[in-house]
Write a protein that binds this ligand. Structure first.
Ligand code: ADP
Ligand code: MG
Length: 369
């Protein structure tokens, strides 16, 4: 593992180059693509992010059917992992939270699996991603929303920087009492989740999008779609061989610089089933007195993590990649490498808060020169 040559712009985040997709759709419009037609589905109503599903279809007649079916499936996961709303006929994260300290809740297979997976991986990841950190993450979410609203209001009125109050350490320390993952009881037979502590809050935000991208990939395969890419807010997953008709059968994830938010000139090569997931500090954050407060919380300090600008994980499983991207975001590169030593076939690329770039050897090998 080595330090990578620092790019002109510092660091980067992987995402699919819209320009590449645009080029493909132009080709398809001209009918040069041979037998596969490119369609892009854009979903705006799930996971508080934009989800793109790009498919290359041998039979484009079914496209609008696929678009709807994938949407329904995406929404099914969205509802399942929603911590704020309840839905008729679904026991979701909100239901589990509202029954905290009261009763076990019978949930769908996928929610049970996600929670079990997350708890099972805690020790290996030094307890960095804690899905019952909700009482603490909620304080920071409220802070971010309030601060952002105040700042926008002040800007609109041409006023000076508004006074913003940070969450008090006392409050954070009071709330961290309700984040003990040993108080989550899972009953595999009954498929129930019980939060023993009435003030505990389940928050699966650190892993839900990657998990869903992984599941959607399986669903897309079952629909009979041979070639697709999924991008859910930085969680990217590829299905099949790339069938864009331009002679390149592998997928390329292009790379975003966390400092400038521009695409850098770096990209990695991925094959069928490949995934890359990035956690970054540049999409959701507020600046207060020159300090950046992002949405990823260091469970030791209870403060927004300050060490990284972005961490990208390549793995086979997108849920694992998402889980690890959050974990590694809260620690230094050395500790991140220790965590990775427990996993096979997982690669990482770090851009530190000072915009220095590091990567595992395996990650460097994937770079498209
Ligand atoms: P993104 O949502 O940008 O893809 P992540 O996958 O890293 O980023 O997940 C961030 C979300 O995870 C936060 O919005 C919050 O709900 C939750 N979270 C933040 N810090 C932690 C943590 N240390 N452990 C578990 N969940 C966390
Ligand atoms: Mg994550």
């Amino acid at each position: 593992m080595g330090k990578m040559v620092k790019q002109k712009n510092g660091g980067f985040k992987i995402y699919i180059l819209t320009a590449v997709l645009f080029a493909c759709s132009m080709l398809s419009a001209c009918g040069v693509q041979g037998k596969y037609e490119h369609k892009q589905y854009v979903y705006l109503d799930a996971f508080d992010t934009i989800s793109y599903v790009d498919v290359y279809l041998a039979d484009a007649e079914k496209s609008s059917e696929y678009e709807e079916e994938i949407h329904e499936e995406l929404l099914r996961y969205h509802r399942m992992f929603d911590a704020y709303n309840s839905y008729e006929g679904v026991n979701n994260v909100y239901t589990v939270n509202s029954q905290a300290g009261k009763a076990p809740v019978k949930v769908d297979e996928e929610l049970f699996e996600l929670v079990k997976f997350s708890l099972d991986n805690m020790e290996k990841t030094k307890y960095r991603t804690n899905i019952v950190l909700g009482s603490v993450t909620r304080i920071w979410k409220n802070f971010m929303n309030t601060a952002a609203a105040k700042q926008q209001e002040a800007e609109k009125n041409g006023e000076e920087e508004p006074e913003i109050t940070l969450p008090s350490q006392e409050e954070l320390e009071r709330e961290v009492e309700h984040t003990d993952w040993k108080k989550v009881t899972l009953d595999e037979e009954k498929r129930t989740i019980f939060l023993e502590d009435p003030d505990m809050i389940l928050d699966v935000g650190a892993v839900a999008k990657g998990y869903t991208a992984e599941k959607l990939a399986g669903y897309i395969r079952r629909l009979g779609i041979e070639s697709a890419s999924i991008n859910m807010g930085g969680n990217i997953k590829f299905v099949g061989e790339r069938k864009a008709g331009d002679g390149r059968s592998y997928w390329v994830g292009s790379i975003q610089d966390p400092q400038t938010m521009q695409a850098s000139n770096m990209a990695i090569r991925l094959e069928d089933g490949g995934t890359i997931v990035t956690s970054g500090n540049y999409e959701r954050y507020v600046m207060v007195d020159g300090v950046r407060y992002c949405h990823l919380i260091d469970p030791d300090t209870l403060q927004p993590a300050q060490k990284m600008a972005s961490v990208s994980i390549v793995a086979e499983d997108s849920g694992l990649a998402d889980y690890l991207s959050t974990a590694l975001f809260t620690v230094d590169v050395e500790t991140g490498k220790e965590i990775l030593s427990h996993y096979d076939g997982v690669e990482a690329c770090w851009v530190t808060a000072g915009y220095e770039t590091y990567a595992t050897d395996g990650f460097e090998k994937l770079l498209v020169k």
